[in-house]
Design a protein around this ligand. Structure first.
Ligand SMILES: [Zn+2]
Length: 278
C-alpha cells in the first residue's frame, strides 16, 4: 500500500490532488511593514509594496491568479502595479500561474538559475514530477546571493536547493514601528513522497544540496517566519491570533528554528532509510 501511495504521489501532478482544497480564497492581510499575504487558503503569495510598484512572490496555480488579484485589490493596491514576479520554487503550485501574471501585469519574472529550465519548459525537466503548465519566459536569471531591489526594498535570493534544483528562500529587512525585522520566506525543506535521495540519476547531488540548504536556513537571522505554504508557519492560526489583538504573531523566531530543526530531522531520517535500502 505504501508503495502504491508513493507511486501515485510520484505520477500525479502536485496540483491535481490538492488543487481545490488549497485554492480557496483567504482574507488578505498585512504581515509586517510593507509585506502582505495575498495567497489562497494554503498557497502563500506575498505582496511587497513600494512607491515604485510592487513585488509578488508566487503566482501559484493559474486558477489561483484571480484569487490573488482580488486579494491585492481588497487591500487597496493595483494588480497592474506589480513590477516584479518571484517564486519559491518551480513546482506547479507556486509557478503555474506565472505566464498569466506576466500577461496581466507586464511584471519582470526573476527565477533562480537551476529552476529556469523547468519554468521555461512549463514543468518539463523536473527531476520527480511530470507537471504541465504554460511555459513562462524568465526575464532575469538569478544566482545564489543575488539581490532584487525596488523602491528601497531589497530582497536576497538564497539558493536552498533539494526540493527543486533552484528552490529559493527569500529574505528581506522590513521596518515597522521604528524597528527593523528580518523576514524569511522559506522555499521548501520538504522531501516529498517519491523523492530519491540516493542514486538519483536525474539529480545526483540532491542529498548534498539538502544538507547545504539546512546549513543556510540555520544561518539566516529570522524574526518573521514565512514560507511557500501557509502550513509551514501556521498562517491560519497566526492570522486568527492577529485578529484578537496583542503582539504580531508572525514575529516568531523560535517557531522558525523549531520548524527547520524538525524538517532537518525528517530529512536525515529519510536519507538513512533510503541508504539502508528500505
Ligand atoms: Zn514544492
Amino acid at each position: 500500500m505504501f508503495r502504491l501511495l508513493l507511486l501515485l504521489a510520484a505520477t500525479l501532478s502536485l496540483g491535481n490532488a490538492a488543487n481545490s482544497a488549497w485554492n480557496q480564497p483567504f482574507p488578505p492581510h498585512k504581515v509586517i511593514g510593507n509585506v502582505y499575504y495575498v495567497g489562497t487558503s494554503e498557497l502563500s503569495s506575498f505582496l511587497i509594496t513600494t512607491s515604485e510598484g510592487h513585488i509578488l512572490i508566487n503566482s501559484s496555480f493559474e486558477e489561483s491568479v484571480p484569487i490573488i488579484r482580488a486579494a491585492v485589490e481588497k487591500l487597496g493596491f493595483k494588480f497592474s502595479d506589480i513590477k516584479i514576479l518571484l517564486i519559491s520554487h518551480a513546482h506547479d503550485d507556486h509557478t503555474a500561474g506565472s505566464a498569466l501574471v506576466k500577461k496581466l501585469t507586464g511584471a519582470k519574472f526573476m527565477v533562480m538559475d537551476a529552476d529556469v529550465p523547468v519554468v521555461e519548459g512549463g514543468g518539463q525537466g523536473d527531476f520527480n514530477y511530470n507537471s504541465k503548465w504554460a511555459p513562462t519566459k524568465v526575464d532575469r536569471v538569478l544566482h545564489d546571493g543575488d539581490t532584487v531591489a525596488l523602491g528601497g526594498t531589497i530582497l536576497i535570493a538564497h539558493k536552498t536547493a533539494g526540493h527543486t534544483k533552484g528552490c529559493t528562500t527569500w529574505t528581506l529587512k522590513v521596518p515597522d514601528g521604528g524597528k527593523n525585522y528580518d523576514v524569511v520566506v522559506v522555499g521548501s525543506p520538504n522531501v516529498n513522497p517519491g523523492f530519491k535521495l540516493v542514486n538519483n540519476t536525474k539529480y545526483p547531488q540532491i542529498a548534498e544540496d539538502y544538507a547545504k540548504s539546512f546549513r543556510v536556513w540555520k544561518s539566516l537571522p529570522c524574526d518573521v517566519f514565512l514560507g511557500a505554504h501557509g502550513n509551514y508557519y501556521g498562517m491560519q492560526e497566526k492570522y486568527k491570533k492577529m485578529q484578537s489583538g496583542g503582539g504580531n504573531p508572525f514575529i516568531d523566531p523560535a517557531g522558525y528554528r523549531a520548524y527547520i530543526a524538525e524538517k532537518q530531522q525528517a530529512y536525515e531520517t529519510n536519507l538513512e532509510r533510503q541508504r539502508a535500502g528500505k
